[in-house]
Design a protein around this ligand. Structure first.
Ligand code: ZN
Length: 228
């Protein structure tokens, strides 16, 4: 018997509400996932993994290559691939002449410092754009947070809290600006109805291009900082 199925790394998830064993690709975590209704379905899941090994390998193989945070590597910033440079020293990461300079006393902390630097840049830009749209729409948000979200680029809570993915610092400015306008518009319309979209369009003339960009590039955005 071929051991092909065993070469594909798969994470098993028990989900009692699932109707049957199924496989899917988790773009955010860059891995294959087997959904099992019960723990004892493991054998059935392994058979499915074996049968679908070609499909799984095809999907995982087409994932954009990882872009780990390493000195001399590249990072995606505002839609462009730029060099990642380590500087021996302290302070916060800064953009300089088409590179991201990351002050870092110890090599081991480079990856973490790069991530924190990107989060800080993202927070600054997201806050500025969200504030700009909020002023224009005459509405206020209660708080703004920037995290590593997996399922949504942005969200807006009923309490008026805006939440964004730090990966938005990797996208072109027009895309980041659209996500900000979208979430700020939810402070007024908590739905995706015609009134909501009309509101977004008072702030962003072309909403199709940024939405398409995000759909097309999501796997690439999750490759930023990925180790494998
Ligand atoms: Zn929305």
């Amino acid at each position: 018997m071929s051991s092909l199925g065993m070469t594909v790394p798969v994470r098993y998830v028990i989900r009692p509400r699932a109707r049957r064993v199924s496989l899917r690709i988790d773009t955010a975590k860059r891995e294959a996932v087997a959904i099992l209704p019960r723990a004892r379905d493991r054998k059935q899941a392994d058979k499915l993994i074996h049968d679908k090994a070609g499909w799984l390998e095809g999907h995982l193989g087409r994932m954009p290559p990882p872009m780990p945070f390493t000195p001399g590597g590249v990072v995606l910033l505002r839609g462009n691939e730029i060099a990642l440079v380590r500087e021996i020293g302290r302070g916060v990461a800064r953009e300089n002449d088409g590179a991201l300079i990351v002050p870092c006393p110890k090599a081991a902390s480079f990856s973490g410092r790069t991530r924190r630097g990107l989060i800080a840049l993202a927070r600054k830009e997201l806050t500025r754009q969200a504030q700009c749209h909020a002023n224009a729409l005459d509405v206020e948000f209660s708080a703004l947070s920037v995290r590593d979200t997996n399922s949504r680029w942005g969200s807006c809570s009923a309490a008026g809290r805006l939440n964004f993915s730090w990966r938005l610092i990797c996208v072109p400015f027009s895309v980041l600006d659209y996500v900000c306008a979208h979430e700020v518009a939810h402070l007024i319309e908590h739905n995706h109805g015609p009134r909501f979209w009309a509101l977004v369009e008072t702030r962003i003339t072309d909403i199709t291009t940024p939405r398409r960009w995000l759909r097309k590039n999501s796997a690439r955005l999750f490759a930023v900082g990925a180790e494998k």
